[in-house]
Design a protein around this ligand. Structure first.
Ligand code: G4P
Length: 529
């Protein structure tokens, strides 16, 4: 098979949702279609259950599962599908943001009863910033939920999407009769207890055909016709180009649990979703078809076994082929590295692989060389546009609780930050270390892992910060900048990359700083032009 065909057949995507909307269930049903698993229940949920917030064994167990489910690959109708798992728990939202840099498209799952929820808003915003093509799947139609049109409105208003339904429900909850598939022009009838693949698909090109009454009953037929008329009047026709540009989002309805509407989603997905796309590096745009291998690290996973401290770095191949035992340049530290056992992922297994193509994810054993965002090439000095950091929500001083173990503590903090567990800020005034996290849970994870993996003990101390703002170094020679640095000295820190950050202690002080020092440009993410 030619290099080009290999690329064309790959679809690398992520499923995002608010916890409990049905991401795990949908993933599992997709794997069933691909024959990658044999029965429902085989994919373990990697979400950290709400009850387990302080149960460390649970966290460890979940970490183990999430290695296994980090990438789930399967074949479906000659396409190689790579699903990149994203943690549902909001405390791990940063992981999800990073994973989104490695996907070529996403499927957003929405709970029909809950509509658009908070976590979905944030994740979709990141996708929209990057023009990632999005398909929406409205789930749990077997339950009572919101009106389909109201949901479509919500998608537009809350998520800023420009939607077009490609299927439409016939009834809902108790009255749920099935789905009219606008894309394929057929009807899928729902039979309540059917947990298997539904084969009962009736081709139905002409919705005015009176046979509709016999199939779904006269009342439902009338409603469906009215609804489809409205759909046609209100929503634009599906336009694949617009979808690919991130400017239009097709919507499907179904029930993942009942495996209903999932095949339609998958069939449409493999037809319209993009193969690996070109990716912007700081230096230039890199096309997937280029022969030289390039790729970047988007995730690092620590080994579960404390005796083997190596980690697994997940690389997304952007161009060329990644080959076993071939030397590649680790651009950040200028070293050539060879990998004798790169892992590829298939269903829930990982195995050593000789060659990987753009769109694929390889897992490389790493003893501490990699950081998230690192680029690998065949020699070119290329830097894939970093993965921006956002302001954490919680900040605490981290103190060494065992003076004999200072070295271990520093190493542990360093490595955990490389993995992206949290962000580290070092205060300019006294070099004290401040950890910033998205959720409070990470502080416990860090403390636990420092102790169990590095033999170091830490304590925390509150450090009230409202927001971390990255400072544009452009005007750093100006008088105003100097004045700002002098007055705000206590609140200035360096992040891990050495970028200067203002840790504003309240919305008021942030506002005052912006007013008083207008030439000092403050940014809410670490990436700015
Ligand atoms: P998540 O990964 O997005 O967090 O959600 P997950 O798939 O774990 O689904 C959350 C809950 O919603 C699960 O129930 C799951 O069975 C249910 N669910 C998913 N899809 C559907 C659907 O189409 N219809 C209905 N009625 N329910 C659905 P749970 O009781 O929380 O967990 P479990 O004990 O069933 O695993």
């Amino acid at each position: 098979m030619s290099f080009k065909t290999q690329i064309q057949k790959r679809r690398t995507f992520g499923i995002i949702s608010h916890p409990d909307a049905g991401k795990t269930t949908l993933t599992e049903k997709l794997l069933l279609f691909g024959g990658a698993i044999q029965e429902a229940g085989a994919v373990k949920s990697n979400k950290i259950k709400k009850s387990a917030t302080s149960d460390f064994m649970e966290i460890e167990r979940q970490r183990g599962i999430s290695v296994a489910t980090s990438v789930l690959a399967f074949l479906y109708k000659d396409k190689k599908i790579n699903i990149l798992d994203t943690p549902g728990h909001k405390d791990f939202a940063e992981d999800t943001f990073r994973t989104l840099t490695a996907v070529d498209s996403v499927i957003v799952v929405i709970d029909v009863a809950k509509g658009v929820e908070e976590q979905t808003e944030k994740l979709v915003e990141v996708c929209r910033m990057r023009n990632i093509p999005i398909i929406v799947f409205i789930n749990k139609l077997d339950r009572e939920g919101k009106d389909a049109f109201d949901l479509l409105d919500e998608l537009e208003l809350k998520l800023g999407l420009s939607v077009t339904p490609l299927s439409f429900p016939i009834g809902m909850g108790y009255d749920f009769k099935g789905i009219y598939n606008i894309y394929e022009k057929n009807i899928n009838l729902f039979s309540g207890d059917n947990k298997k693949n539904i084969e009962d698909t009736i081709a139905f090109n002409d919705i005015t055909n009176p046979e509709l009454e016999t199939i779904i009953g006269s009342e439902a037929a009338k409603t469906l016709r009215d609804n489809l008329e409205l759909v046609e009047g209100v929503y634009p026709n599906f336009d694949k180009e617009k979808y690919l540009e991130g400017k239009q989002q097709p919507v499907f309805f179904g029930s993942a649990l009942n495996n209903f509407g999932v095949r339609e989603l998958l069939d449409c997905f493999i037809e319209i979703a993009p193969p690996p796309r070109a990716k912007m590096a700081e230096e230039r745009l890199v096309d997937a078809l280029e022969p030289d291998m390039t790729g970047f690290v988007f995730k690092i996973h620590a080994n579960m076994d404390p005796k083997h401290r190596d980690r697994l770095a997940f690389i997304k191949i952007v161009s060329g082929t990644f080959e076993r035992n071939r030397p590649y340049l680790h651009v950040r530290n200028g070293k050539k590295l060879k990998f004798s056992s790169p892992n590829a992922f298939f269903a829930e297994k990982k195995e050593i692989v000789d060659i990987s193509y753009p769109g694929d994810i390889v897992g490389l054993h790493d003893t501490g060389n990699f950081k998230i965002g690192d680029t690998l090439t065949e020699g070119e000095n290329l830097h894939y546009k970093g993965i921006p950091s956002f302001s954490p929500e919680h900040f605490r001083y981290i103190n060494n609780a065992d003076p004999m173990k200072a070295k271990q503590l520093n190493k542990g903090i360093d490595q955990l930050m490389d993995e992206g567990v949290a962000q580290l800020f070092t205060l300019e005034i006294n070099n004290r270390k401040v950890i910033g996290t998205v959720g409070a849970l990470q502080f416990e994870v860090i403390q636990y892992r420092l102790e169990h993996e590095y033999g170091a003990k830490c304590t925390y101390e509150n450090f009230p910060v409202h927001k971390a703002c990255w400072i544009d170094p452009k005007n750093s020679k100006s008088e105003e900048f100097k004045e700002f640095s002098r007055v705000k000295q206590k609140f200035l820190a360096k992040d891990k990359r050495g970028q200067l950050v203002f840790l504003a202690d309240s919305p008021f002080s942030l506002q005052m700083a912006q007013q008083k020092y207008p030439s000092v440009k403050l940014h809410f993410t670490s990436e700015f032009d």
